[in-house]
Design a protein around this ligand. Structure first.
Ligand code: GLU
Length: 279
């Protein structure tokens, strides 16, 4: 009796500390009562791309993620979205906290050392967001200026590689913090993908305040982040992306999410015509 109580207490203790697996925390889930569950990483503060407002999720990444998840057998109601800030994406995948990431996540060789990518599903370019009355007209005009970007992003890395000597880089963990600082006059410009910048510029609260400079200086191919070596999922995701493009659903999602900002992307690469080999 005494032993049983101790055993019971032991299990309760383990459960409380999360050591007893009550569900699958690999992000892939295995819901026994109908329908597999899946956890997907997205951005929470990038209008037009990935935005959380209360319990509502919107944006191109959200729509592509929902379409792909459905093709993989996960109903929309079985998707749990989790915030995936730029600097945490590789870790979230490696730890199995999410199964897939759709979060303006550029495919790069450095990242491919740690994660696998399906896609690309969108191709953007790095640009600058400045105040409407700013005279900054491109990356060459950044000498001596304060420039904001996000830790762990390709955008911040490019500034470090290309402009580090002449520019003061301020790094935050999210782009919305940079937008706030830009509005307050604490920084001169924000740099990241034109898709993200266009979303901020066209937000109701920001109308007339900012402009996207329009001189892109990189190619950002958005991939679906997967655990390193998960080629089985990668192949399925690429098939789903192809179907989304061929059926016209990709264009619909683009028009809905990024159309209102007036953003024009390179027609040679958008929508995607080919997908990278899974590795
Ligand atoms: N696409 C770039 C990247 O993956 C910038 C956007 C972001 O930080 O999510 O780093």
């Amino acid at each position: 009796m005494r032993q049983r109580i101790i055993a019971a207490l032991g299990i309760a203790g383990l459960a409380a500390t999360g050591l007893v697996a009550c569900g699958d925390d690999s992000g892939s889930g295995s819901g026994s009562s109908g329908g597999e569950k899946v956890t997907i990483g997205i951005k929470y503060d990038q209008p037009g791309i990935g935005l959380k407002e209360g319990s509502k999720y919107t944006g191109m990444d959200v729509d592509v993620a929902t379409y792909v998840a459905k093709e993989l057998g996960y109903d929309e109601k079985n998707i749990t979205f989790k915030e995936a800030p730029s600097a945490q994406r590789e870790t979230l995948l490696a730890n199995g906290q999410v199964k897939m990431i759709f979060a303006s996540y550029s495919i790069t060789d450095a990242r491919k050392e740690k994660v696998s990518f399906a896609g690309p599903y969108l191709t953007a370019g790095q640009d600058l967001l400045v105040k409407s009355d700013s005279d900054i007209s491109g990356p060459d005009g950044l000498n001596g200026k304060k420039l904001c970007s996000v830790t762990g992003s390709t955008s911040a890395q490019k500034v470090k590689d290309k402009f580090a000597k002449t520019v003061q880089l301020q790094e935050y963990d999210t782009y919305s913090k940079c937008v706030e600082a830009l509005g307050a006059g604490a920084i001169d410009a924000l740099t990241t993908d034109n898709t993200i910048l266009a979303g901020y510029a066209s937000q109701e609260a920001n109308k007339g305040k900012f402009k996207v400079v329009g001189q892109t200086f990189s190619t950002e191919r958005y991939g679906v982040g997967l655990k390193k070596g998960d080629t089985a999922t990668c192949t399925k995701v690429n098939d789903a992306l192809k179907k989304m493009v061929d059926s016209g659903e990709w264009q619909k999602a683009f028009d809905k999410n990024l159309g209102p900002s007036g953003l024009k992307l390179d027609a040679a690469t958008n929508p995607p015509k080919t997908f990278d080999a899974c590795a």
